[in-house]
Design a binder for this molecule. Structure first.
Ligand SMILES: Nc1ncnc2c1ncn2[C@@H]1O[C@H](COP(=O)(O)OP(=O)(O)O)[C@@H](O)[C@H]1O
Ligand SMILES: N[C@@H](CC(=O)OP(=O)(O)O)C(=O)O
Length: 431
């Protein structure tokens, strides 16, 4: 029976914020100083680059190659963090951490040893790659339990997805019902629950993942289903900026921004927030804060249902793009019938269109350059169309562009395709 829970905060900590012992102690400090006495659900990602390491292990195991060295490295990385935490934990917690790591790595070794056989690659990938979040969430639950009663919750029996391996689609009805039954009793009276981002489970108790960088989305799923008061995602940046500071100099922070603007930025590729995160939050008008785990007292960005004056132009860079041009072999115009065939083949290959443009005889699409999927689409279209493509390109999008921002962007870059609406400028370039 579902019971109401009021005042729930959801905190999401990504890989960078839990990458080592000092990051985990910083997380504990944030919880201690910002969430005292309130029900708190913490969603965590795998530590640092663990998901990449697990992907590598999976690929080696599947290819029947030796994966001992990277597995030892991954265990040593987690052990190093546990070791550095020792002085900060109660003796019983230290023992619990050691036992947890031992059991988790035994289970991972067993899983890797069983890779192969009849199940497909993607299904087995999910069983292996989910370990990062399972490990990190258990470690953090133990560390926080020294501070305040904290429960670790395996999200797999609760967050129900279908069997779209590596991109599990959420069954919202079942998930909402499960979460609203299981979590409120654990969260009442200031309790903390720590669970995993990125991970879900099927009806048959198989593990699924929600797509790379999907932990932000997990936080939104939990918040939506539990009708949270707010979500905070803790990042290594001061908030949502008008561009990635690792790529663009002189960025500015948006103190406040609407769901709609943010959804568009995420859609165009602003990697700070997973694109699926905003819709569930907007549907229930749950505010999303982006805050810096390096400066938790700073204001950050508030994303919510609001009106605001025009924002400073936002620059978004998406690398690894492929520009495909299709021309009908019989010189026929690009017609609706042709487009139906083209879109059908792209959808079949699960390729995502980032930009498209048509002229009388040719149709161009800019896609994420996923080689296997691209080859599948090209093979399907090759009989009917002359297919040409350029790989290794970059798609820039400028939202709320000005003439000066566009001039600056295209200067000294080879432009292959350009498009603009009243608010958005997009250009495919070779850098
Ligand atoms: N518009 C933007 N504003 C802020 N950060 C951005 C933006 N676009 C891209 N980023 C990048 O997003 C990174 C944070 O996101 P991410 O690495 O996914 O965090 P985590 O994995 O810790 O959740 C920042 O370090 C920054 O380089
Ligand atoms: N660990 C997963 C999920 C995730 O969202 O991670 P992060 O929050 O560090 O982006 C990944 O790397 O894809």
């Amino acid at each position: 029976m579902a019971t109401e829970l009021t005042g729930l905060q959801v905190y999401k900590f990504g890989g960078a914020s839990v990458k080592d012992a000092s990051a985990i102690l910083n997380l504990r400090h944030i919880v201690e100083t910002t969430a005292a006495g309130r029900p708190l659900l913490i969603v965590v990602s795998a530590m640092g680059k663990t998901t990449n390491a697990l992907e590598e292990l999976m690929a080696l195991a599947y290819a029947g190659r030796d994966y001992t060295a990277p597995l030892v490295r991954l265990e040593a990385y987690h052990q190093e963090a546990a070791h550095a935490l020792t002085a900060h934990l109660k003796p019983t917690t230290q023992t619990d951490v050691q036992e947890m790591l031992h059991e988790a790595f035994e289970a991972l070794s067993e899983q890797l040893a069983g890779v192969g056989g009849t199940a497909g690659y993607d299904e087995q990938y999910d069983q292996v790659v989910s370990f990062g979040e399972l490990l990190a969430s258990q470690l953090i639950a133990l560390v926080l339990n020294d501070l305040r009663p904290t429960r670790w919750q395996d999200c797999r029996p609760l967050l129900r997805t279908d069997t779209s391996w590596r991109e599990g689609r959420v069954n919202w009805t079942v998930t909402e019902n499960n979460l609203r039954t299981a979590l409120p009793p654990l969260l009442r009276e200031g309790g903390i629950v720590v669970t995993q981002g990125f991970v879900g489970g099927t009806t048959k108790s198989r593990t699924t993942t929600l797509g790379r960088e999907g932990s932000d989305y997990s936080a939104a799923i939990f918040a939506y289903c539990l009708r949270a008061e707010s979500v905070t995602i803790w990042k290594d940046v001061p908030g949502l900026l008008n561009a990635d500071p690792k790529i663009f100099p002189d960025t500015v922070r948006y103190p406040e921004i609407s769901y709609q603007e943010t959804i568009e930025m995420a859609y165009y590729g602003a990697s700070v927030i997973h694109p699926k995160t905003l819709k569930p939050l907007a549907d229930r008008k749950i505010p999303l804060r982006v805050k810096s785990f390096l400066d938790p007292a700073a204001e950050g960005t508030l994303i919510h249902d609001c009106q605001h004056p025009p924002l400073a132009p936002a620059f978004i860079r998406k690398t690894g793009q492929c520009l495909v041009s299709l021309e009908s072999k019989d010189f026929a115009f690009i017609s609706e019938e042709n487009l139906e065939v083209i879109f059908g083949a792209l959808a079949q290959a699960r390729l995502k269109i980032n930009l498209m443009q048509n002229s009388a005889l040719s149709f161009s699409v800019c896609l994420d350059g996923e080689p296997t999927r691209l080859a599948q689409a090209v093979a399907a279209l090759g009989a009917q169309f002359r297919v040409q493509y350029n790989e290794g390109l970059t798609l820039f999008t400028v939202k709320n562009y000005t003439a000066a921002s566009v001039t600056q962007l295209v200067a000294e870059r080879t432009v292959l395709l350009e498009q603009r609406t009243r608010s958005t400028f997009q250009v495919v370039v070779r850098e």
